[in-house]
Design a protein around this ligand. Structure first.
Ligand code: PMP
Length: 449
């Protein structure tokens, strides 16, 4: 029963685990974009197990592929050859541009980022790296230094060889966030820029250059890691063009550019298969996880043959990465994305969702910002539009609890925990979006009254 489960959670699992909602959802079953609790109540899942269920809970094609492989072979480790692993590696790299053709399979995003940073350090012979403030890249002791969100760091020296450079948040970033976000996702949004025009990119890049100039010894850096939309940081969308300029600077300092696609990959951006493509750049190393396995624990690092060659000199191993079962699941996920036109769906529904949320923004004083691309959406709640002060935690919680009580599960994030994160399985429908908007309107109206 629910009370026993609650007690086990409280007494037997480490307290650092977060449980969403005052009255937690006791999930029992999932199908596509829906979850059911033990009482049979259905929820629309707009958070997808933290941006992980990409094509749908228990998607029949993925289940069938997993079942087939389960009966044949799960595991051998990568000391033997197995056709599934090699077919999958081939299929995965076919989704990446340019020279990004060598794969290393892992079990999680943290493992993928750990390895990417190690690769860059080995390839360049330099230790120092650069990450963006407000970015999240994993929770291993190594990555706690790379992740530049104070909520996720403890007992690790600041940075751990990484410099947390600029906060690329056009709404809440440096200069009071008082410059506009000139995003094509929101055409016609009036510019409230104190600078006169949107110069955010140039200012951010100047700040990055400063960090490189003053903090990096001998003018050399190993790598730069960034998400195109910062997920855990509150769906913060980098200004268009920022990564292009940032990559140029980093490469001038001899560094490799790592794209963290753990949340933004596999079509979720709608307009592009990968987040980095939306910024017009090609990284040297790409890391992925979450959506790659639709909930099955998987991750990957993809890089160029030249960079991979550096690793040829070093033994690197993990027991489970790319096991036959994971490879079968990963391959089925890629098939579904191709066959069910997932990316196009994401682009259309995402634009519709964002446009409608923006209309809500003009109606409700507490919606400070609506941002994102495709189905990677953030809604930032504030005290009022003018001050941009984060909405008080209790008020935020009451809106969020109300949406859950009306049957919609939404994520939250950002440094102040005041951003609603909307990142559903990519199979949602227009009816689901309309339902979510109605629920949000209702919760916001109640808050306003
Ligand atoms: N990078 C990003 C952008 C993430 O959002 C996360 C997880 N939230 C990670 C890396 C780490 O992935 P994992 O939890 O699978 O280790």
């Amino acid at each position: 029963d629910l009370q026993t489960v609650k007690n086990i959670r409280k007494n037997k699992l480490i307290p650092g685990l977060i449980t969403y909602y005052k009255e937690p959802v006791y999930v029992h079953q999932g199908h596509m974009q829906y979850l059911w609790d033990t009482s049979g109540r259905r929820y629309l899942d707009l958070f997808a197990g933290i941006v992980t269920v990409s094509v749908g809970h228990c998607h029949p094609t993925v289940v069938a592929a997993a079942e087939k492989q389960l009966r044949k072979l799960w595991h051998t480790t990568n000391i033997y050859l197995h056709p599934k692993i090699h077919e999958y590696a081939d299929q995965l790299v076919s989704k990446l541009p340019g020279d990004l053709k060598v794969v290393y399979l892992t079990n999680s995003g943290s493992e993928a980022n750990d390895l990417a940073v190690l690769m860059a350090r080995m390839h360049t012979g330099v230790f120092e790296g650069i990450s963006l403030r407000n970015g999240y890249h994993g929770a291993s002791p190594y990555l706690m230094g790379v992740t530049a969100l104070s909520t996720w760091r403890y007992n690790t020296p600041t940075g751990f060889g990484f410099h947390h450079s600029v906060n690329p948040d056009p709404y809440r970033g440096p200069w009071g966030g008082k410059h506009c976000r000139d995003s094509p996702a929101q055409p016609g949004r009036p510019c409230d820029c104190v600078l006169g025009q949107c110069q955010a990119c140039d200012l951010y890049v100047d700040q990055l250059e400063d960090v490189l100039r003053y903090s990096v010894p001998k003018g050399r850096v190993a790598c730069f890691i960034a998400e195109a939309i910062q997920g855990v940081g509150g769906s913060v969308q980098l200004p268009d063009g920022f990564l292009k300029k940032a990559y140029e600077k980093i490469r001038a300092y001899g560094g490799l550019c790592i794209a963290d696609e753990v949340q933004t990959g596999f079509g979720r951006m709608g307009s592009h298969y990968w987040g980095f493509e939306s910024q017009g750049v090609t990284p040297d190393i790409v890391t992925m996880a979450k959506g790659i396995g639709n909930g099955f624990p998987m991750g990957a690092v993809v890089t160029t043959p030249e960079i991979a060659q550096t690793m040829g000199r070093a033994l690197h191993f993990n027991t489970f990465g790319g096991n036959p079962l994971a490879s079968a699941v990963g391959s089925a996920v890629l098939d579904v994305i191709d066959k069910e036109r997932t990316q196009a769906l994401c682009a259309n529904l995402g634009t519709y969702f964002i446009t409608e949320l923006d209309k809500l923004r003009s109606e409700f004083e507490v919606i400070g910002d609506v941002r994102g691309k495709g189905l990677m959406i953030g809604v930032e709640l504030v005290k009022d539009k003018k001050s941009r002060q984060p909405l008080a935690a209790e008020e935020m919680a009451s809106i969020w609890e109300d949406t859950k009580d009306m049957g919609v599960l939404i994520g939250k994030g950002g440094l102040y925990g005041n951003c609603l994160r909307i990142k559903p399985p990519m199979c949602i429908t227009k009816a689901d979006v309309d339902f979510s908007l109605a629920v949000l309107r209702c919760a916001l109206q109640k808050h306003q009254d």
